[in-house]
Design a protein around this ligand. Structure first.
Ligand code: ITT
Length: 198
């Protein structure tokens, strides 16, 4: 049967297609179907993924998969978090968003006794799979790393060029798609989804 990807983010849709490829599933994107973008009123990644998936399943009549994700920076108390897309402004310029994150970190004073501000961060990906009858299943994946400056690499999307995963020497922006899929938050959530429903 058909599967809708309830996302209007090209970078995400590309990665979800790559992750579904081995299972012989060729999904249709919400943009291709001209589905509207719901307002993301949830206060958690899972809540936002769920509302996007439910709306797309309801409007299309097919199962729909939504992804709500973002970058959480420890020293910024988890920001930008669920607002990761919004920090790029109306023009969706992630050069601007990455500068904003870096400037916010640079503006912090180290805590007493600590030599410097932590640059630790993680990406979160919540996936929600919804059916037209209102049933929903969700999964949450995560990858730990640190933020580098200046950004490195032109692969990937969003904040990838400033994210250095733990144990690696290349940012997500420098990695090939397959290397990112071996460790990413999205791949982590996908492994859980595949185990549960495929
Ligand atoms: P949809 O809701 O239509 O799917 P969106 O871009 O609005 O698209 P989100 O609200 O989930 O999606 O925003 C997540 C943002 O977090 C996204 O725009 C990216 O900038 C960032 N992000 C998520 N996953 C990422 C990844 O793998 N690499 C880099 N940045 C990522």
């Amino acid at each position: 049967g058909k599967l809708i990807i309830a996302s209007h983010n090209e970078g995400k849709v590309r990665e979800i297609r790559e992750l579904l490829g081995p299972y012989g599933i060729e999904p249709i994107s919400a943009a291709e179907l001209d589905l509207p973008e719901p307002e993301e009123t949830g206060t958690t990644f899972v809540a936002n993924a769920e509302l996007k998936a439910l709306q797309a399943a309801d409007l299309s009549g097919f199962p729909a998969l939504a992804d709500d994700s973002g970058l959480c920076v420890d020293a910024l108390n988890g920001e930008p978090g669920i607002f990761s897309a919004r920090w790029a402004g109306e023009s969706r310029d992630f050069g601007v968003a990455m500068s904003l994150v870096n400037d916010r970190l640079d503006a912090l004073e180290p805590e007493a006794g600590l030599p410097e501000i932590s640059r630790d961060a993680h990406f979160v990906c919540a996936l929600a799979l919804a059916w037209p009858d209102g049933h929903v299943e969700w999964f949450e994946g995560r990858v730990e790393g640190a933020l580098v400056w200046p950004p490195r690499g032109a692969n990937g999307f969003g904040y990838d060029a400033m994210f250095l995963p733990d144990g690696g020497s290349e940012t997500f922006g420098e990695m090939d798609p397959d290397a990112k899929h071996a460790i990413s938050h999205r791949a982590d959530a996908f492994r859980q989804l595949v185990t549960a429903v495929l």
